[in-house]
Design a protein around this ligand. Structure first.
Ligand SMILES: [Zn+2]
Length: 307
């Protein structure tokens, strides 16, 4: 990312600015931080004991496993391959990997945080101590799917990670990405109604800010053809219904619990397909808190149009 970063200013803090960068094709912080300033966050701070305990709690991990199953089933259908091999970049405490193992995938994970990685290793998951650029991964057999779950927004240079991932994929292999859907229409509506700053901007952790159009463009412009795009529960529904959780942690947790209950109603009654349809429709109009996008490096389908 040595190019000149210029574009419309979306938000300005005392020290940093978020711009819709013309060169990069997506919004990001300027000035970009250095690796020396970001690495300690992920090595030492990001995966606190409290966060690990929360993620691994029964209710939270069951809900996350249901979401993982939904995504893995879509990936499996798209891939149509026996005994598929998965690499997850930034696997955290291993819930996605664990779910994939249970569904018969062969899995490898990468995780910078020694605390989170230890959780994975203690569970018997294959999480070698390395980065995506490590020759160790080149020496292994290639992967059918490489999954980035809520990682690209944290990276100083997401493009070099995507290009490396392409090199590690089998022919017709898939890149799978989940990123926050930021500066989306419902967030902007709440800002207007409540005269609120953009609460989702977190420049110390989130360097990049994607939406349906920019993540689609990022893949398409680097030789990865998007074949699926959907979203997740629009948390802004709570804000627009009067539950302003943006400065209220307890209310935020209560809203999260409601969202979990909403989605478990589908998972617990075999209606995953209906939930997937709802989120695919929401994704097509750039609504939903996160974007789930799948792309293939050798596909020639028409790219998704977003409005
Ligand atoms: Zn840029």
């Amino acid at each position: 990312m040595n190019q000149l970063h210029k574009g419309e200013s979306l938000y300005q803090t005392a020290e940093k600015e978020i711009i819709n960068c013309i060169s990069c094709g997506y919004a990001h912080v300027i000035p970009l931080p250095s690796m020396a300033s970001t690495l300690p966050i992920y090595l030492e701070q990001y995966w606190s004991d409290e966060k690990i305990t929360h993620k691994r709690s029964d209710r939270e991990s069951r809900w996350q496993k249901n979401h993982a199953k939904l995504k893995l089933n879509i990936l499996h259908k798209t891939l149509n391959r026996k005994d598929p091999r998965l690499l997850e970049v930034g696997c955290g405490v291993g819930i996605f990997l664990e779910t994939a193992n249970e569904l018969g995938w062969q899995t490898t994970g990468i995780e910078l945080s020694p605390h989170a990685r230890k959780q994975c290793v203690d569970l018997g998951l294959n999480v070698p101590y390395c980065s995506i650029f490590d020759p160790l991964l080149t020496a292994e057999n290639k992967f059918d799917v490489i999954h980035f779950g809520l990682i690209l927004e944290h990276l100083i240079n997401p493009v070099e990670h995507l290009l490396r991932a392409k090199d590690l994929l089998t022919a017709n292999g898939l890149i799978s990405i989940v990123v926050p859907n930021d500066f989306n229409p419902l967030q902007k509506l709440h800002c207007e109604i409540a005269d609120s700053p953009p609460w989702w901007v977190s420049p110390d952790h989130h360097i990049n800010y994607f939406n349906q159009s920019s993540i689609n463009h990022l893949l398409s412009s680097h030789g990865i053809t998007p074949t699926h795009i959907s979203s997740s529960f629009p948390m802004e529904f709570f804000l627009l219904s009067g539950d302003n959780y943006t400065q209220n942690g307890a209310l935020g947790r209560a809203c999260h619990e409601k969202r979990v209950q909403f989605e478990n109603s589908f998972f617990d009654h075999g209606k995953e397909r209906l939930l997937e349809e709802i989120y695919t429709k929401l994704g097509s109009i750039n609504l939903g808190r996160e974007i789930f996008i799948i792309g293939t490096k050798n596909h020639t389908q028409t790219t998704w149009k977003c409005r």
